[in-house]
Ligand binder design. Structure first.
Ligand code: GDP
Length: 295
């Protein structure tokens, strides 16, 4: 992923890389290219503009024109700024509860159910936790089955009540069940819709208020570009979520979502999904992502 952006930034920075001497005109040209690359990658216009303004200020502040290796310094400034834009330091999940309750939110098809399984597997194998998966999609029996299939694959128990049509009571019952049976993490997979809709938002807001999760994660398909940002904003307005999961980064995505989401909702991207298998999960590191973008 990000090949597009990476290539373009490479070209933009090529003017500077390796050159002993650069001029203000060179810097301005490069910044213009950087901005275009960000826009092409679906980054919101204002974010791209602010980004290049900050890079320019830093370049001037660090006297880029008079240093011995101005190209390298520019690359470093762009990389640091990009890292900052995507969230600064990596942030973990809050596992302080007993059990710790993690609520998953997001549109249908975003990869929520798949990611619930990946996260359960990650916490079980890497953090030595005993997670319980909870199926709270009361509309699609197929979604409940899908979570059972996932649970079987990774050897994690799945709690469901196929006859119960109230997601609030299902999730509350699941937490009580977890307490009685020694589960220390509860991952609640909720119903999504194809697009934002009021009923869905009310439903997940009610579940959120009733179970008061330690962690609410918003799952979003990184292939959806600017829509990803709009969806993130709508969910954050209702749930004030704690972090973002960016899925399908193995696909042919341009990466604008990673850059924009943090700036728009001011929440960190915590995990990325890089495939359909249960181990295709990575903790999100902004500096690594910036490296990847810059090549
Ligand atoms: P949900 O409706 O939000 O629960 O979405 P699902 O978990 O059912 O995922 C929708 C589709 O996306 C399924 O076909 C998944 O296999 C696929 N999927 C989920 N995460 C990823 C990912 O990180 N990479 C790829 N390539 N596919 C994914």
């Amino acid at each position: 992923m990000f090949d597009n952006l990476s290539d373009k930034l490479d070209k933009a920075l090529h003017i500077l890389k390796g050159h002993g001497k650069i001029t203000e005109v060179n810097v301005a040209d490069t910044l213009k290219e950087v901005r275009r690359a960000l826009l092409d990658a679906d980054v919101n216009f204002k974010i791209a503009k602010d980004f290049t303004t900050r890079v320019k200020e830093k370049a001037i502040g660090q006297d880029v024109l008079t240093t011995l290796q101005p190209g390298q310094l520019m690359v470093k400034i762009v990389k640091d700024e990009l890292t900052e834009l995507m969230g600064g330091d990596a942030a973990g999940v809050n596992l302080s509860g007993n059990p710790s309750v993690i609520l998953m939110s997001g549109l249908q098809g975003s990869g929520k159910t798949t990611f619930s399984g990946k996260l359960a597997n990650f916490l079980k194998t890497k953090k030595n936790k005993k997670p319980l998966l909870v199926a709270c999609d009361i509309y699609r029996p197929a979604a409940i089955n899908q979570l059972h299939v996932v649970g079987e694959q990774i050897g994690v128990e799945v709690y469901s009540e196929p006859e119960n049509k109230n997601p609030v009571s299902i999730s509350q019952n699941a937490i009580a069940y977890a307490k009685q049976n020694g589960f220390n993490v509860v991952i609640v997979d909720t119903a999504g819709r194809l697009a934002i809709d009021e009923q869905m938002m009310n439903e997940i807001a009610n579940v959120h208020a009733a179970i008061q999760p330690q962690e609410t994660l918003f799952v979003v398909d990184s292939m959806t570009g600017q829509d990803a940002v709009n969806t993130a904003k709508a969910f954050n307005d209702r749930l004030n979520f704690d972090g973002v999961v960016l899925t399908k980064l193995d696909g042919d995505t341009r990466g604008g979502a990673a850059i924009s989401i943090k700036s728009i909702v001011n929440k960190p991207i915590k995990f990325i999904g890089t495939g359909e298998k249960m181990d295709a999960i990575d903790v999100f590191y902004p500096d690594r992502m910036a490296d990847r973008i810059l090549g």
